[in-house]
Design a protein. Structure first.
Length: 127
């Protein structure tokens, strides 16, 4: 139990940093670069995912040695792409259908994808 609490704490720290990267870049790309919010969301999510992968395998999860690093990376990317799809769907529903502010919708999308990410990474990357 103590290991899980420590892992959740570390996942939270990595998640906060990844969220700051994602959220900040979403705003910069949309407001300053004039990029459509869904394209901005795709770009910011992708960049924060790279940080998240490196931090997760080095600091959060006890990644299985029985599988190659390449295999672990591919699994991570597959689940990240699914997470991106969830993120984009929530962003589209919230902004285009419910007419909510995209930065507010991003907070909810991130919370949902965060739970999904933890569960899938714990199940498929860890020993």
């Amino acid at each position: 139990m103590k290991k899980l609490i420590r892992q959740l704490f570390r996942f939270g720290i990595v998640g906060v940093i990844a969220f700051a990267i994602d959220y900040g870049l979403l705003y910069v790309f949309t407001e300053f670069a004039g990029i459509y919010y869904l394209v901005s969301a795709l770009l910011s999510y992708s960049i924060s995912t790279i940080f998240n992968y490196i931090a997760s395998v080095r600091w959060v999860f006890n990644v299985s040695d029985e599988h190659s690093g390449t295999r672990n990376f591919i699994v991570f990317i597959i689940f990240s792409v699914i997470g991106l799809g969830i993120n984009q769907l929530i962003m589209w529903l919230g902004v285009d259908r419910l007419h909510l502010y995209y930065m507010l919708v991003k907070i909810g999308a991130t919370a949902i994808v965060m739970v999904y990410n933890f569960i899938t990474r714990k199940l498929f990357l860890e020993k």
